[in-house]
Each structure stands twice: as C-alpha cells, then as structure tokens.
Design a protein around this ligand. Structure first.
Ligand code: MRU
Length: 357
C-alpha cells in the first residue's frame, strides 16, 4: 500500500473482521500500512508482546478479541467453554505487565463469561455474547476518548504550544486517543495548537506514530529528540504538557512510557502544567502507589540496534525499562471521561468511582 496522506486519515489499529482480527502492524509505521490477519490467541499474545499493537486501551481491546478467538474451540458444554475463557484470559494477561487496561479488559471478559454461564444459555449464544462484550469494549473506548477530548479542551487556548511524549493518539485507542483527543477536537473547532512530539526512544512511538498521525490530521507538529524538551521549554514554546498513561495508582502516581518522568520534572522547573489523560479503566485503585506498579523491561536490542543497525558495543550492559513512574506531585491534573481531576488524587480519584474517600 502506498503512503499517500489521504489514505492515512482515520487509520484504525484494531478491526474485528467477523471471524478473525485485522490488526494494524504499528511496528511498520510510518513507512508501511499493513494489517495482520490474526486467527488465534497465541498470535494475539505475540502481537501484544512484540508491540505490533501497543498503547494501553488498544492492548486491552486486542486481548479481549484474543479471548474470543481462543475460546472458539469445539467445546461440548457451556461449562467447558467457560473454563477455556478463563484459561485464555489468564494466558493473555502474561503478554505485558504494566498497562492495567489489559487486565481490566480480560477481567471484563471473564465476568461476562461468568454471567453467561449463570444464565444457562446455549454454547452458540454464549460465544456470541462474549464477542459482543469485546465489541462493546472497543466501541465504548471510542466514546470515552471523545469525552476525554471534550473535557480536556477547556485547558487549551488558541495559539498554545503543547508537548507530548510517546503515542497516546488514535493508534493507541479505538479513535481520537487520550492525550491527543483534546488536540484533535481543538483542530475540529478551529483552535490552533502547535505540538512538539518527543521522538520517544528506544522504539520511537513519538516519531513513528504521534508525528505521523498528527501530520496526517493536519495538526501543526514538530518532532524533537527526547533530550530537546528542556531546550524547547526554556524558549517559552511550550504552554502545557499532555501525555497518556498505562496505569495510575490510587495516590495519582503515573506510569507511562520511559522518559515521561523527565518531561514532568522539566515541566515543573519551567512552571508548565503537566496533564495526564486516560479513561477510568487506566486508574488502578487496587494499587496504592507507583512503587507497586510492575515495570516492563524489554530486550537490549531495542537500544543497541534500535535504528536497524548496531549502535553500541557488543556485550555492553543495558538497562531498558519500558515505563517510568511520575510521582503525583508533578501531575497538575488528570483528564478522564468523567471530567478533570485535580489533587489531592488519593481523595479525588476515588470519587470518580463513587467509592468513599
Ligand atoms: O510501550 P507502549 O507503546 O505500549 O507504551 C504506550 C504508552 O506509554 C502510552 O502513552 C500509554 O499506553 C497511553 S495510550 C493512550
């Protein structure tokens, strides 16, 4: 497929195709648009692990379809099917550890299967019911992201400069993105924002994905290397930072792509607000603080051969965490589908779920 600008508009990363999943291979962007046809939960597991699909909400919805595919086996009873659903969900939960949306979506699929089995329905209807749940997770994500954009928009004014890190755009979600949703809605309403996209080492989600999708949407985007963020801020070109997240702990500590913490510290040093956008499914009240969030470590080659050739001496020691924790005191506000949340987060995040603070 060619890479003409018009063909990229509204690129959807996850498409249920009736009997299998069409998944956009995000590793190939921006050079190639290729959809993989995935038939099994093992293929889904690999796709998540290898970052063919990535971004917290997209991982969750893909895994949900993985449960559907993995439980299409010829079971003889609804009870046997129900056991398979649980096994498949537990298996898919081992694909990546940090984004809580993965576990949220898989728990939702298990709960749906529990409800189905209790209702005493046929095997055929049980399978259909499970697929409907996966489809609902995806369609709800689109609405949720739109709402995040609508709430977030009030923080942005015409002419502002905005810096982002990694990719929390349409490619990482069903549509619009989380952190990028206010940017897209601003564009829709004729509000002009200038975005600085960190390239996001080591695997360049900012350069390959964020710069790409913003450019395709006609948003004013400037790509910078991660180590240029401080300089750009010192020039006065950044009025706000906005990022997505893979998990927010009950106290408001934020896990996001490695390098986010450095950006937050820089933002504070320059008196620039640091916003985090996410659906409620990314907020993990069971996890008290960022110290408890498991941080994925990825292969050394992402750093030593990240540009398609060897860029470090063989045998060198490498540390490659995929995420870091931004302590809550650096977070100016959290934008959700239910509105904007301000500190103290240990009190105000609970209110989103109607849990007693
Ligand atoms: O390793 P990735 O590409 O899955 O990391 C993605 C991020 O860190 C995103 O910022 C986060 O998942 C939010 S996506 C709306």
């Amino acid at each position: 497929m060619s890479t003409e600008a018009s063909e990229y508009a509204g690129l959807q990363s996850v498409i249920w195709a009736g009997e299998h999943l069409d998944l956009l291979d995000q590793r190939l962007l921006p050079e190639e648009i290729k959809y993989l046809s995935l038939q099994t939960s093992e293929e889904i597991w690999e796709a998540i692990r290898q970052l063919k699909v990535r971004g917290a909400p997209a991982i969750g919805m893909t895994a949900a379809y993985g449960v559907v595919l993995g439980s299409r086996v010829e079971e003889t009873s609804v009870e046997a099917w129900h056991r398979t659903v649980h096994q498949q969900a537990n298996y898919l939960a081992t694909s990546r550890p940090t984004a809580v949306n993965l576990f949220w979506a898989l728990d939702r699929m298990k709960a749906k299967a529990d409800a189905i089995v209790q209702s005493g329905t046929s095997l055929e209807l049980a399978k259909r019911g499970l697929l409907e749940e996966a489809l609902a997770i995806q369609s709800e994500d689109e609405k949720t992201c739109r709402l995040i954009g609508e709430h977030g928009l009030e923080l942005f004014k015409d002419g502002m400069g905005v810096l982002t890190h990694c990719n929390a755009g349409g490619l990482a979600t069903a549509k619009y993105g989380t952190a990028m949703s206010p940017i897209y809605l601003a564009k829709e309403k004729g509000i002009n924002l200038s975005v600085f996209a960190d390239e996001t080492r080591p695997v360049l989600q900012g350069a390959r994905l964020t710069a790409f999708e913003l450019q395709q949407a006609g948003v004013d985007v400037t790509l910078i290397c991660d180590n240029m963020a401080g300089m750009v801020m010192s020039k006065g070109w950044v009025d706000a930072v906005i990022v997505g997240t893979d998990r927010i702990a009950a106290n408001g500590d934020v896990a996001n792509k490695i390098g986010t913490y450095s950006v937050a510290v820089l933002a504070k040093a320059h008196n620039i607000p640091f916003y985090v956008a996410c659906p409620l499914s990314t907020i993990d009240l069971q996890t008290e603080s960022g110290a408890e969030i498991p941080i994925e470590e990825r292969p050394d080659e992402e750093i030593t051969e990240g540009f398609g050739k060897r860029t470090a001496p063989r045998g060198v020691k490498v540390f490659n965490p995929a995420f870091d924790i931004t302590p809550n005191e650096y977070v100016s506000a959290i934008i959700t589908e239910k509105g904007i949340v301000y500190p103290p987060y240990n009190v105000n995040l609970k209110k989103l779920f109607d849990v007693q603070a």
